[in-house]
Design a protein around this ligand. Structure first.
Ligand SMILES: NC(=O)c1ccc[n+]([C@@H]2O[C@H](COP(=O)([O-])OP(=O)(O)OC[C@H]3O[C@@H](n4cnc5c(N)ncnc54)[C@H](OP(=O)(O)O)[C@@H]3O)[C@@H](O)[C@H]2O)c1
Length: 341
């Protein structure tokens, strides 16, 4: 079996750690692996398939003879090092937003647009976590009955912001329960026992950048420039797992049963939908899993062609690391990448 020389940039972060978990759990054909981060983490040791590996500082020479480089260290690092890695011969799969809307860079969710991988020029972008889970659930329905409009409200876990945010929620929750004052650092306000309708920066149009990512990325991945989309993205005091209330207007009416039937056969989707026994997707239960869970499927009482549903996934797995590894697997399975070449 062919084996690949891998690099993980941001290996010490939440997504980086999940990269290691996913590669191990899926028995990815690794020949060797470079764990890269900032100079702060250089010398730290991490385990990959029971082997202790030293973390190194990311430098331009890190990418020599690398076949696949998985990036999750933020926009600036991706902007600087991804082209260097690609020029060194690696295929870069980038988790940041640096290249997602660049027309020469494919933006890929393997269940939706795997063929787009083929036209990469060294960099493939992994979409935003909230976009990935939404398109996995919506694309099979869109193929059966073209979607005209989407209104989505997200309930996003703090792990989507990175390890500092997980620490902030933990510390603030204890402080509030102990009757102490909290001091926000990562978020503009206290996140413990609160919800914040602000994710990423505000744009001139009144939306946040996170909300606009959902609009633009969904259209690019689904090859559907005409879908009207409006999003409100909300940070909630949950550690893992994003939830989304999605309101869809189709070209023709679609019954909840038809949607359940289509989704039950869709790749990467699991339907959990039995209100009689309070069965519906929950972030807590989705943590550590690979599927996109869909439930609360019902007619939208406000539109004859409307359906409403609740979509949940693990933001660090399907929303980040798993999707990127699936892109790499897709390339291997289709013969689009070869070790050393
Ligand atoms: N969390 C999610 O759900 C999610 C989903 C999709 C995409 N993403 C994207 O993935 C990226 C990382 O997210 P995260 O949640 O893993 O964040 P995180 O937990 O804060 O980890 C950040 C990682 O970036 C590394 N890093 C920081 N500065 C660096 C530098 N100068 N050179 C090399 N490495 C550097 C850190 O290394 P040190 O330990 O040395 O500081 C760490 O490994 C972000 O771009 C984020 O937007 C995250």
């Amino acid at each position: 079996m062919k084996r690949y020389k891998m690099a993980i940039v941001g290996a010490t972060g939440l997504v980086g750690q999940e990269f290691i978990n996913v590669l191990e759990q899926r028995d990815f054909p690794i020949d060797s692996i470079q764990l890269l981060a900032s100079d702060r983490s250089a010398g730290k040791k991490l385990f990959v398939t029971h082997r202790e590996i030293e973390v190194k500082e990311t430098v331009p020479e890190s990418f020599k003879r690398i076949d696949i480089a998985l990036f999750s260290a933020g926009v600036e690092i991706s902007h600087y090092f991804s082209p260097i890695a690609a020029q060194s011969g690696a295929v870069v799969i980038d988790n940041s937003s640096a290249f997602r809307m660049v027309s020469t860079v494919p933006l890929v969710v393997p269940e939706v647009n795997p063929e787009d991988i083929k036209w990469h020029k060294g960099i493939i972008a992994n979409p935003n976590c909230s976009t990935i889970q939404m398109v996995v659930a919506l694309y099979p329905l869109h193929k059966a009955n073209p979607i005209k409009r989407i209104i989505v409200d997200t309930y996003q876990a703090v792990s989507g912001t990175g390890s500092a945010a997980v620490e902030e929620l933990t510390a603030q929750a204890k402080q509030v329960l102990d009757g102490q004052a909290t001091a926000p650092h990562v978020y503009p306000h206290q996140i413990a026992f609160n919800v914040l309708p602000e994710i990423d920066v505000f744009l001139d149009n009144g939306y946040t950048k996170e909300e606009w990512k959902l609009v633009e990325e969904t259209r690019k991945i689904m090859h559907a420039d005409d879908i009207a989309i409006s999003a409100t993205c909300v940070r909630v005091p949950v550690f893992m797992g994003h939830g989304e209330a999605v309101h869809i207007e189709f070209s023709q009416p679609m019954s909840p049963d038809e949607a359940r039937h289509i989704l039950a056969q869709a790749p990467g989707v699991k339907v959990l939908d039995d209100p009689a026994i309070s069965l519906y997707p929950q972030p807590w239960a989705a943590t550590g899993t690979d599927e996109v869970f869909v439930g609360r499927i019902r007619r939208d009482a406000s539109h004859p062609n409307g359906l409403t549903m609740w979509v949940v996934a693990d933001n660090l797995r399907k929303g980040a690391a798993l999707n990127a590894v699936q892109i790499a697997e897709e390339m291997i399975n289709r013969g689009w990448i070869h070790p050393g070449g």
